[in-house]
Ligand binder design. Sequence first.
Ligand code: NAD
Length: 496
Amino acid sequence: MYLVKNLINGEAVASTSGWESAIFNPATGEQIGTVGLSSKDEVNAAVAVAKAAQPAWGATSPAKRARVMFTFAALLRERADDVAREISREHGKTHDDALGEVARALEVVEFASAAPELLKGEFSRNVGPGIDTHSERQPLGVVAGITPFNFPAMVPMWMFPMAIACGNSFVLKPSERDPSAALFVSELLLEAGLPAGILNVVHGDKSAVDTLLDHPDIKAVSFVGSTPIAEYVYRRGTDSAKRVQALGGAKNHMIIMPDADMDQAADALMGAGYGSAGERCMAVSVAVPIGEDTATRLVDALKPKVEALKIGPSSDSSAEMGPVITAEAKNRIVSLIDSGVEQGAELVVDGRDFSLQGYENGYFLGGSLFDKVRPDMDIYKTEIFGPVLSVLEPQTFDSAVELINEHEYGNGTAIFTRNGDAARKFSMGIEVGMVGVNVPIPVPVAFHSFGGWKRSAFGSHGIYGPEAVHFYTRLKTTTTRWPEGISQGASFTFPS
Ligand code: NAD
C-alpha cells in the first residue's frame, strides 16, 4: 500500500486534510494505495506557489523554456516503460496500450519544444507617420488542468507542456482513481530542469475542482472528462470570468459503405471499439452499415473476432484489452447491456459473465457485440465507456449522416469506403470535430489541435497544437511612435 502525495513547489507533500480515496488494482480488485484529497486551503497554497513562481518563468526566454521541454522529451523517451507501468498499475490497460499513450503525449512535448517559433509575434511598420505596431502573445499567469482517469498520463500532457512552454505556471488536478502516472511525469519535468513551483499537482475531488474554478488567481482552466462535469466546469469557470476549455464525452460512429474492404473495416472496429476496454473518448462505439448486405457481412466478420478477444491483466503481453476501471463502472456497463437486451437489440456476443481464472475479483468484462440497434435505445444514446460495440440497423448514407448529426455528441467519427465522393461529402457535412476516412481513431497529431463539437466540448479552443498557443496566451498589441521633432499639438478626433 502506498500513499500518493501532492507536488507543491517541487516537493512531495502529503495532504493533511484527513480525506482520502482508495486506489484499486482493476485486475484484482485489491486496494493498492491511497490518495490524499486536498482541502481548499491546500489547493489555495498550491495556487499561491504557482503565482509567486510564474513572473520569472514568464520572463525567461522562450528558447530556455523550450530547452526544458527538449530534456523532458528525452527523459520521457528513456523512461517510457516506467511511465507505462505507472499507468497500467492503476488504470489496468495493457502495457503496449500504455506505451502508445506515452508516445502520443511525447508528441505534444515535442511540439511544445517549438515554443519560440510558435510565440513569434507580428510587426507592421509605418501604420501611420513614424508609427509601427507589433503584436505579441503573453502568458496568462496561473492556469489549471483537471483530468480524467482514462489517459492518466497523456491527457495531463495534452495540457501542461503547452501551457508551461508558453510561460504560464500550472496547477494539475489528476483523476483520483489513477493519480500516480500524472505525478510521475510531473516529477520527470522537474528533473528536466523546470523551476520549482511552475508545475504543481494537487489531488482531490469536487472540492479541489471547485476551489480551482473559483480562484481569482487562476486565469484559465483546461478540463477533460465526462460531459455533465465538463458543462459544469465550463459554466462555473466562465462565471468567474476565466477562460475555459472543457472537453466531454462521446459516442463515435463509424460508417461502413458497401464498397469498404470488410476485413479492414472489421479489424479497425475491433481496435477502436475494444482497445483499452472501450474506455477512450475516441473509441468507436457505433458501427453504421450502409445497406442490409453490408450489415450482414459486417456482423459475420465481427462476431468471431469479438469472441476471440484476448483479455488479461496488463502483465499479460498477449492481452488485447484489460479490465475496466472500477467495480461501479463494470456494474454500470452490465446494466446498460441489460437495457439493450430489454429494449430489443440482438446481443450477438455477450461479455457480461466473463471471468478470468486467478483474477475473479478483477473488473473484467468480455467484449459485447450488439446487432440491430435502433436510435431510440439507451445503448445508442448513452456513452457506455466499456467494451461494447453496437451495430446499428442498416441505414442509407443520407440517414446515417443525419443520425450522426442529430446525436448530442460530436467528438470523433469515421467512414470506411473506397468511394472518394462519399468520403468527401461525409467529411464536409458531418457535424463532428474529428473525422477519419478509413482511419478509425482520428486523434489529430500534436501539431494539429484536438477537439470535438456539440456536447463533446465546451469553449472555443481545441486542446494542444496551435489552438493551445492561443488558449494559454493573450494578445498584446503595442503601437509605437518615434516622431521626429516636437509634438504636433493635441488632436481630438479618432486616430486614423
Ligand atoms: P469525470 O468527469 O468523472 O472526471 C473528470 C475529472 O473531473 C476528474 O478529475 C474528477 O475528479 C473531476 N470530477 C468528477 N466529478 C466532479 C464534480 N462533480 N465536480 C467537479 N469535478 C469533478 O470523467 P472520468 O470518468 O474520469 O473520465 C471519463 C470521461 O472522460 C468519459 O466521458 C470520456 O469520454 C471523457 N473523456 C473525454 C476526452 C475528450 O477529449 N473529449 C478525453 C478523455 C476522456
